[in-house]
Ligand binder design. Sequence first.
Ligand code: GAR
Length: 213
Amino acid sequence: MLILAVLASGSGSNFQSIIDNIESGYLDARVAVLITDNPGAGAIKRAKKHNIDHIVVKPKDFKDRPSYNSHIAKELKKRGIELVVLAGFMRIVDKLLINQYPNRIMNIHPALLPSFPGAHAQKQAVDYGVKISGCTVHFIDQGIDTGPIIVQAAVPAYHDDDEESLGKRILKQEHRIYPYAIKLYSEGRISIEGRNVIITGEREDSPLQNPPH
Ligand code: GAR
């Protein structure tokens, strides 16, 4: 069973989809802790409801980013975390944490990377006028949303979309592909060659070829 930590800053719907996929038996994993930087995060309510340990780690309680990240790293180590899952965590993860968990930190981003990295990706896509957008699960490296891509899913973008309507359509796909990416990891089906993520049996069960589970 894979031991996860989920880091989230907001509502936590991706966190919920991970919980649901564990409870349904799709994922052989356990969320050992939710870590948030936001005492008002909806994700905390979800953790409480599902008896998942949670901690609030506020950046303003630390003197700088490295000490903040090293505190998080300690909390992860203490719990024997095997995979760190960023699910709407709106903080930059620094090299200290990345070096402790090389290719063991995943992130989900609400755009088809390398398009529209950084904040407000859905708005960036609407403002640009793209006709297709989507979401990306990738490993974290030291850039902003630049790490090796694991899974992506596309959605249409329409001329009358706004950030919210496009964001909702994207979020539905996020809830499909994040559990799938974690499952691939837990089954040992992922290896990395340079930027290229090699997935054993990718053609057989890609969520792009199969209806949602
Ligand atoms: C999701 O759309 C996620 O892709 C995005 O925040 C939202 C969190 O929603 N993440 C980023 O923009 C990271 N740069 P949730 O709290 O309902 O899971």
